[in-house]
Design a protein around this ligand. Structure first.
Ligand code: CP
Length: 279
């Protein structure tokens, strides 16, 4: 049986191209399953999974829970705000308490970059990172590249993929860049100078501050949310003068899209700030 080269899913940077291809091959099969009248298969029967969310989520939390249930796993959900974390319990103690109840696998979202890696080194369970601060969101990147493969063809080699917006605070951007580079795509990031980290060029990524030029270049645009909650106290706008100015320079509209001669795939990981990054 083919196997992943890793025991945990902590970030795309720990994966090989063959790992991503194996995940896609498996996902192709399960995608067929969810279109059947009975969507449930026994693949994870007798496996118990704990979903630990220390930060808000809609899409990731619900899609993990649905996938686990459709694969017949037993599932427990943990929300930090209603737990003994509020009484000062440490992350390791919390997770070891959960593991003592014979849990096999931990899915964790956490506001601190590196929290999933830290956990994988300190507890005896398989860890899946569902987003760690501004660091990585590997399952989002797998979903995005899987979707691009469906829209643009199995081989993403040489395809032009642009990631637009708040790159600085985005775990989705970093994981997408890692995945797209592994799969041979050309990657460009586009946004205000203040929201693009300097080190990205060393990852072989093109940098642009011109959305109109980027629309003409791209086969696909992944529009990212402005993450006001990570920009400083009280959701203040600190990296550009006003949201209105941001939207004028980097907001995607139908009129702007009209400049492209060929079809462009538009993506957004959600949640969307409607009227800001996309009309
Ligand atoms: N895309 C994504 O991670 O969304 P949530 O924060 O709602 O999980």
């Amino acid at each position: 049986m083919e196997q992943l080269s890793v025991n945990h899913l902590l970030g795309i940077k720990y994966l090989k191209k063959e790992d991503i291809q194996l995940i896609f091959k498996t996902a192709d099969h399960f995608k067929e399953v969810i279109n059947r009248p009975i969507k449930k298969v026994p693949s994870l029967r007798d496996i118990t999974i704990a979903n630990l969310f220390f930060e808000n989520s809609t899409r990731t939390k619900l899609s993990f829970e649905l996938a686990e249930k459709r694969l017949s796993a037993d599932v427990i959900n943990f929300s930090a705000s209603q737990s003994s974390v509020k009484k000062g319990e440490t992350l390791i103690d919390t997770v070891n308490n959960i593991l003592a109840m014979k849990v096999d696998l931990i899915v964790m979202r956490h506001p601190n970059p590196g929290a999933a890696l830290f956990l994988s080194k300190n507890v005896d369970a398989c860890i899946i990172n569902a987003g760690d601060g501004t660091h990585e969101h590997p399952t989002q990147a797998l979903l995005d590249t899987f979707s691009l493969r469906e829209a643009l063809g199995d081989d993403l080699t040489g395809k032009n993929i642009a990631i637009v917006g708040d790159i600085q605070h985005s775990r989705v951007a970093l994981s997408n860049i890692e995945a797209l580079k592994l799969l041979g795509a050309n990657v460009r990031v586009c946004g205000p100078e203040t929201l693009i980290p300097k080190h990205l060029q060393s990852m072989g990524v093109e940098v642009s501050h011109d959305l109109d030029d980027t629309i003409r270049w791209a086969d696909a645009l992944n529009m990212l949310r402005i993450q006001l909650e990570r920009q400083g106290p009280s959701d203040a706008v600190r990296f550009f003068p006003t949201l209105r100015e941001y939207t004028m320079r980097f907001g995607l509209t139908l009129e702007r899209l009209g400049q492209s001669d060929s079809p462009v795939v538009i993506m957004h990981p959600g949640p969307i700030n409607r009227g800001v990054e996309i009309s």
